[in-house]
Each structure stands twice: as C-alpha cells, then as structure tokens.
Write a protein that binds this ligand. Structure first.
Ligand code: HEC
Length: 153
C-alpha cells in the first residue's frame, strides 16, 4: 500500500502534479480566503522551523522556500526534477500535511528523485516545524485551498 502510494506520488510529481483546479477554476470564487487567519502552527514553530530549514532544506529549496530554478516543472538533463519552491508558488499546497511529512521522511532518492530522506535526521517536531516555516510564506487563499485539499489530515 505504502509502495503504491509512493509510486503514485512520484508519478504525480513527474506529471507536474496535475492540477484539478487548472482551467476554469477561480480560487477566489470557491474558497473565500481564510478570514479567521487561523493556522495549525504557532509562531514558535515557524521560528524553530526557520533554523531547521536553513540547515537542512535551503540549499535546494532556497532560503525563503522560493526554489532555485525558474523552470522547476522542467526535467533536468539527468531526468530528475529540480527541487520545487515550497512558498506556495508551486504545488506543495496540493498535499495534505501527512503527505508533506511523508515526502520529508522518505525523500525522493529511492524513486529516482534527488531529495534525501530525513527520517533519521529530523524528529517529528522538527519536521512539523520545517513545514510550518514554509507554509508561513503561503497567503491565506493558498492556505485555505490547502485545507480543502486535505490540510492537516
Ligand atoms: C538535495 C536537495 C534537497 C534537499 C536538501 C531537500 N529537498 Fe525537498 N525536494 C527536492 C527535490 C529534487 C524534490 C522533488 C522530488 C525529488 O526529486 O526527490 C523535493 C520535493 C520536496 C517536497 C514536495 C513538494 C511538492 O510540491 O510536491 C517537499 C514538501 C520538500 N521537498 C520539502 C523539503 C524539506 C522540508 C527539506 C528539508 C528538511 C527538503 N525538502 C530538503 C530536493 C531537496
């Protein structure tokens, strides 16, 4: 089950993560923002996540999770995908938190990607803090779309 899930996850990444909201979708219409501004994480988690992200993630995903490749959807010459931005401008918001955690745990190396596994590097709290850090770059509209896609599920 787990293997199947990972395979389909990579297929999702490889296909540019087909966007069910492409085309006629207008986020504004369907998901009227996140007016309460309530998010699952605390400012302490964002602060500790900033250190964790700088040490473990920024070399590939950029200091502000902005990514390092303008064409992050385009395969590199070796056939792998570049690290995507995580600041809300790519599609990390398509994945509920459980899937984001799974990506951080397992990385993509075993499946032909480039991201190392952080299972043995970061504990559960540290992984959550890293997610809090990059989610804090998401605007309320992106955040509430993420909630519709599963959010903290
Ligand atoms: C050596 C480069 C590298 C490092 C370091 C790295 N990543 Fe990644 N990351 C990638 C690549 C490349 C992908 C795309 C999948 C793949 O090829 O493995 C990715 C994918 C992701 C995704 C999925 C994004 C999406 O839109 O589906 C998340 C979330 C993520 N990384 C978070 C992190 C976090 C958090 C850290 C630090 C704890 C981290 N990454 C460290 C290279 C890296």
């Amino acid at each position: 089950m787990r293997v199947l899930h990972n395979v389909s996850f990579i297929a999702l990444l490889a296909s540019g993560c087909s966007d069910p909201t492409d085309g006629s979708f207008s986020g504004q219409e369907l998901y009227p923002g996140n007016p309460s501004g309530a998010r699952w994480y605390s400012s302490e988690q964002v602060a500790s996540g900033s250190q964790i992200f700088e040490t473990n993630c920024s070399e590939c995903h950029g200091a502000n999770a902005e990514g390092m490749y303008a064409n992050w959807k385009q395969k590199l010459p070796d056939g792998s995908f570049p690290p995507p931005p995580l600041d809300g401008s790519a599609h990390a918001w398509h994945h509920p938190r459980s899937v984001l955690l799974e990506v951080i745990e397992n990385g993509g190396l075993a499946l032909g990607g480039k991201m190392p596994a952080f299972r043995a590097v970061l504990n559960g709290e540290e992984k959550l803090a890293a997610i809090a850090y990059f989610q804090n770059f998401w605007d309320d509209e992106t955040y509430s779309q993420w909630e519709v896609m599963g959010g903290t599920r």
